[in-house]
Write a protein that binds this ligand. Structure first.
Ligand code: ATP
Ligand code: MG
Length: 464
C-alpha cells in the first residue's frame, strides 16, 4: 500500500498546496488551508475515467436530442416552481442552502411527498433517522405512503440503492461521504467529490437530485466554491429563523432567471408558498413615524410593496456610523452623499441605520429615491404620507432617472390602495393611462421629490 501523503486544501476556494501555508496563494484567505489525505485521490480519478469509457457517449446532432426530456415537472409548490424557472427540470442538480432550522428538510419532504404520488422518489436522510422523517410527514399531514426512505451516509451505498427512481433528495451533502477518501464527512474534499459523483449520476441516468447544503456562519455555502459550479441551480433560503416569512432566492439557475424569489410562510403544519405577498413587507404603523417610506420593488417577475425604514441618531464618535440591512451598504453611503451635496441635508454628525422590512434584499436601482425620501423624512422628523409610494433611480448629480417596469410598479401601487406615486419624469408616458386611478407626481431631481413630500417648509433650510 502506498504511503499516505497529506496535501493542504483551501476550504474557501479548494486550491491545493503540498505544504501548510498561513495564507491561501489562490484566494488570499488567511488560515483556510486544511489537511487532506492525498493518497486516495488517484482511485477517484480512475473511477471517473472508467465511468466515462463505459458509458460510450458519442457526439449527437442537436436535432436528434429528444425534447420531451426537457419538460418541466411541477414540484407541487407554486412558489418553488417559480424560483426554479417554471418547475423541476429532469436530470438537474438543485442545491438548497440555508441556516439551520430554516425549513430545508420540511420543504423537500413536502416536494418528495407530492412527487411520490406519480413517480418513485427516494429521500436519503443522512442527518435524521427514518422515524424522525416519518414524524415530520405525520406532523405535516402528508400522504407519503409511496415515498422511499433511506437512512445512509455512505455515498456508494446510496448510489447503489437508487434503482429506477427519477427523483432523489440528499439531506445533506455535508453528512454523506465517499469511501474513496479517508477525510471526514463534510470536509472540502469530501463535499467536492460527493457532489461530482452525484453530478455524473444525474447526467448519465437522468435523475433529478435535490441536495441540501449547510451554510457557514457568514452565510455562504459550507464547502468549496466548486460545489456551486457543479450544480445546475443553487437556491438559498433567507430570513430570520424567528420570523414566519422565509424567502427562497435563486442564486444560480441554468434553466431560469436568478431574479426570482419565492415567499414562504413557516407554520407548525408545514411550509406554505405565500401568493398574496404584497402586504407582508409593510408595517402596520406605516406613516405614523418619521423615517419610513414605501417603494414598489421589482424582484424577478413580481412587484412587491416594501417599506424602507431609517433611523437617525446623533453620532457619539467622530466618524458617524452607517448600517444597512437589505440594501447595499455602498448604495446607502452614496445616497447620503447625494443628499448632503445636492439637497443640503447634513448627515455628518448622524449615525444612519437603514432596514428593508421583512428581511427582503433589494438590489435594484429603482429603490434609490425611496431611500432618499426615508432619510429626508427622518432628518426633518416628518413622516411620509402613508398612501404615497416612491420609486426612481438617483444619479450622483441628484437627477432622477427612469426605471424599468414603471407600469407594473404603478399598477401594484393602485392594487395596494396607494393614492399618490412619486416617480421619474422619464417614465411619464408609460404610466399616463393610470392618471384617473392614482395621483401621478413625476419628478426630475431628488430635490423636487423632497419638495413634493415636505411642501410647506424649505427642505434645505431645515435642521433636525
Ligand atoms: N413540532 C413542531 N411544531 C412546529 N414547528 C416545528 C415543529 N418541529 C419543527 N418545527 C419547525 O420546523 C423548523 C425546522 O425545519 P427543518 O428541519 O426543515 O429545517 P432544516 O433547514 O432542515 O434544518 P437543519 O439544517 O437543522 O436540518 C424549525 O425551525 C421549527 O420552526
Ligand atoms: Mg434538515
Amino acid at each position: 500500500m502506498a504511503k499516505s501523503k497529506s496535501i493542504y486544501v483551501c476550504s474557501e476556494c479548494g486550491a491545493q498546496s503540498p505544504q501548510w501555508l498561513g495564507r491561501c496563494p489562490s484566494c488570499g484567505k488567511f488560515g483556510s488551508l486544511v489537511e487532506e489525505i492525498a493518497e486516495t485521490a488517484a482511485p477517484a480519478q480512475k473511477a471517473q475515467k472508467r465511468e466515462r469509457s463505459t458509458t460510450g457517449n458519442l457526439p449527437v446532432p442537436l436535432s436528434l436530442v429528444r425534447e420531451e426530456s426537457l419538460k418541466r415537472i411541477s414540484s407541487g409548490i407554486a412558489e418553488l416552481d417559480t424560483v426554479l424557472g417554471g418547475g423541476i427540470v429532469p436530470g438537474s442538480l438543485v442545491l438548497i442552502g440555508g441556516d439551520p432550522g430554516i425549513g430545508k428538510s420540511t420543504l423537500l419532504t413536502e416536494v418528495s411527498a407530492h412527487l411520490s404520488k406519480a413517480q418513485k422518489v427516494l429521500y436519503v436522510s443522512a442527518e435524521e433517522s427514518c422515524m424522525q422523517v416519518k414524524m415530520r410527514c405525520s406532523r405535516l399531514k402528508l400522504d407519503s405512503s409511496n415515498l422511499l426512505l433511506l437512512n445512509e451516509t455512505c455515498l456508494e451505498d446510496i448510489l447503489e440503492s437508487i434503482r429506477d427512481e427519477k427523483f432523489v433528495v440528499i439531506d445533506s451533502v455535508q453528512a454523506v461521504y465517499t469511501s474513496e477518501l479517508s477525510s471526514a464527512a463534510g470536509s472540502v474534499a469530501q463535499v467536492r467529490e460527493c457532489a461530482g459523483k452525484l453530478q455524473r449520476v444525474a447526467k448519465s441516468r437522468g435523475i433529478t437530485f435535490f441536495i441540501v447544503g449547510h451554510v457557514t456562519k457568514e452565510g455562504a455555502l459550507a464547502g468549496p466554491k466548486v460545489l456551486e459550479h457543479i450544480m445546475d441551480t443553487v437556491l438559498y433560503f433567507e430570513g430570520e429563523r424567528e420570523e414566519n416569512f422565509k424567502i427562497l432566492r435563486a442564486y444560480k439557475n441554468r434553466f431560469g432567471s436568478v431574479q426570482e424569489v419565492g415567499v414562504f410562510e413557516m407554520t407548525g403544519e408545514g411550509i406554505y408558498g405565500v401568493s398574496d405577498y404584497s402586504g407582508i413587507f409593510l408595517s402596520e404603523s406605516r406613516g405614523e413615524a418619521a423615517g419610513s417610506c414605501v417603494t414598489p420593488a421589482e424582484t424577478g417577475n413580481r412587484c412587491m410593496m416594501v417599506e424602507l425604514q431609517t433611523l437617525l441618531a446623533k453620532s457619539s464618535y467622530g466618524l458617524p456610523r452607517r448600517m444597512s440591512l437589505g440594501i447595499d451598504y455602498n448604495k446607502l453611503v452614496l445616497l447620503i452623499a447625494v443628499l448632503e451635496k445636492r439637497c443640503g441635508l447634513p448627515f455628518s454628525n448622524q449615525d444612519v441605520y437603514l432596514n428593508a422590512m421583512g428581511g427582503i434584499r433589494l438590489n435594484e436601482p429603482a429603490v434609490d429615491l425611496s431611500v432618499c425620501a426615508a432619510l429626508a423624512s427622518g432628518f426633518h422628523n416628518r413622516p411620509v404620507d402613508k398612501d404615497t409610494a416612491i420609486f426612481g433611480e438617483v444619479g450622483l448629480t441628484g437627477e432622477v432617472r427612469g426605471v424599468t417596469f414603471a407600469e407594473k410598479r404603478v399598477n401594484e401601487c393602485i392594487k395596494m390602495g396607494f393614492s399618490t406615486v412619486i416617480f421619474p419624469a422619464k417614465n411619464v408616458k408609460s404610466v399616463q393611462k393610470f392618471a384617473d386611478k392614482i395621483s401621478l407626481v413625476p419628478v426630475r431631481t431628488v430635490g423636487q421629490a423632497l419638495q413634493k413630500l415636505f411642501p410647506r417648509r424649505d427642505t434645505s433650510a431645515e435642521t433636525n
